[in-house]
Write a protein of this length. Structure first.
Lengths: 223, 227
């Protein structure tokens, strides 16, 4: 009887360890998505119907992009749409609530693009007071979704350690449009906390730079 | 009694799975100094642009450790350069780097080109396993490799992604000096056939020409983990 209880306990512990290794968790952002690919990007007539939705894997990481086949559901949070097409600061806070997150992956690009600083920031908030604000810069951390006249380069590297960020490409349609993947390796303070939320703040303008967010995935392992 | 046996069996399966996942991941930097044929400041034609800024020794890029041959005095060769191997002329040249590491899943190289073209058939990498597995990847300019020097007339872009699965390759950036020069990192996720073999060697075959495209290899690291 004692052996039986012991093996059951060990089995539970073992299963718990195994589940803890399942590190990636996609975050559903459909509740904050405010427009569809062909609703916001469609006005630029740049192949919006080729853009992805649903569960996708890019660079080995799973993402869930909101939307449906008919294109009637919103796909992303567009800061330009949130600002009503004008200037001004807009923001969105995405609840995460996952413990011991080490790495955050986003699919984010901009409409237009500028290498100016101070146009875009992303803030990570932990349950025990940890916060980290990172300012993505055009041409380094984010770029125009459309290859053309604005920002066309990104750093094309992974983060070099904790408290650093990198950006690589996630998706291209072969017609000049793309989605890029930002990789945030959270500061050590987050290792023992729950990542409560992520807030994106956009201070751009039409014709300058406006960001959009298509997906968020968090991981309890390093990049 | 029957339930007890089932839970013991499940425990054994679970432990085996967890231990397999916990098995030590090894990353091994391969010393290529015996094949290095020139220094950053040596060749071709007097050295790379801003050659003194180029790295050597133990470096970590994108979380991966690399060992670039060379010394502080600049007297020890840093790279294997196809152009030097070919004497600055046309013709096919190759180098085979011994690896001899078991159960390799991912190979990382630091490779760029002097000059560069989007033409195919100029450069390939072949991986050879101990049990007969082989994998040849044709590297194309502007996709997998690019000119080490940023300029408007040769190759300036790379895929900028990680491999999407086994038997795939991709390229991201490793190092820039802020003056227009760079080193890129090719990531090869080996086909499944290599999983139970020892990766014996990697062979680079370059069929370019001076003024067209010639590759160089600065470092090679292998890992038993996926990218």
């Amino acid at each position: 009887m004692k052996n039986r209880k012991l093996s059951t306990l060990l089995l539970m512990l073992c299963l718990g360890t195994g589940l803890a290794n399942a590190a990636n968790k996609t975050i559903n952002i459909s509740s904050v998505a405010n427009n569809s690919w062909c609703g916001d990007l469609g006005i630029y007539n740049l192949n919006c119907s080729t853009f992805p939705y649903g569960t996708k894997h890019y660079n080995g990481i799973p993402f869930v992009i909101a939307g449906d086949k008919k294109g009637t559901e919103n796909n992303a949070w567009f800061s330009d749409f949130a600002a009503g097409g004008g200037s001004g600061v807009v923001s969105v806070t995405i609840p995460v609530n996952v413990a011991k997150v080490k790495t955050v992956y986003t699919l984010m690009n901009t409409i237009w693009g500028s290498t100016e600083s101070g146009l875009l920031s992303i803030t990570f908030t932990g349950s025990e007071g940890a916060t980290w604000t990172f300012d993505p810069i055009g041409g380094t951390n984010v770029r125009d979704y459309n290859n053309g006249n604005y920002t066309d380069t990104c750093i094309c590297q992974l983060p070099g350690g904790v408290g650093q960020s990198g950006t690589i490409n996630a998706w291209v349609n072969g017609l000049g449009q793309r989605l890029d993947e930002q990789i945030y390796e959270l500061p050590a303070a987050f290792a023992t906390q729950t990542l409560v939320s992520i807030t994106i703040t956009d201070s751009g303008n039409e014709g300058v730079q406006r960001s959009f967010l298509a997906a968020v995935t968090v991981s309890t392992t390093g990049p | 009694m029957k339930r007890h046996k089932i839970s013991v069996l499940m425990l054994m399966i679970c432990l085996s799975t967890v231990l397999t996942h916990a098995a030590k991941v090894t990353t091994t930097s391969i010393d290529i100094s015996s094949f290095a044929d020139t220094t950053w400041c040596g060749a071709p034609a007097g050295g790379f642009i801003n050659c003194s800024t180029f790295p050597f020794g133990e470096q970590t890029y994108d979380g991966i450790p690399f060992l670039i041959p060379g010394n502080a005095q600049g007297t020890a060769s840093n790279i294997w350069a196809a152009d030097v191997e070919a004497g600055g002329n046309s013709g096919t040249v190759s180098v085979t780097v011994p690896i001899n590491v078991a159960k390799v899943k991912t190979v990382y190289t630091l490779m760029n080109t002097m000059w560069g073209t989007g033409a195919s058939g100029l450069l390939s990498v072949t991986f050879t396993g101990s049990g007969g597995a082989t994998w040849t990847v044709d590297l194309t300019g502007n996709v997998n490799v690019r000119d080490y020097n940023q300029n408007g007339s040769t190759t300036n872009s790379i895929l900028c992604q990680l491999p999407g699965g086994v038997g795939k390759t991709a390229t991201i950036n490793a190092w820039v000096n802020g003056e227009g020069q760079r080193l890129d990192e090719q990531v090869y996720e080996l086909p499944a056939a290599f999983k139970n073999q020892t990766l014996v060697s990697m062979t680079i075959t370059d069929s370019g020409n001076a003024g067209e495209q010639r590759s160089f290899l600065a470092a090679l690291t292998v890992s038993t983990a996926a990218p």
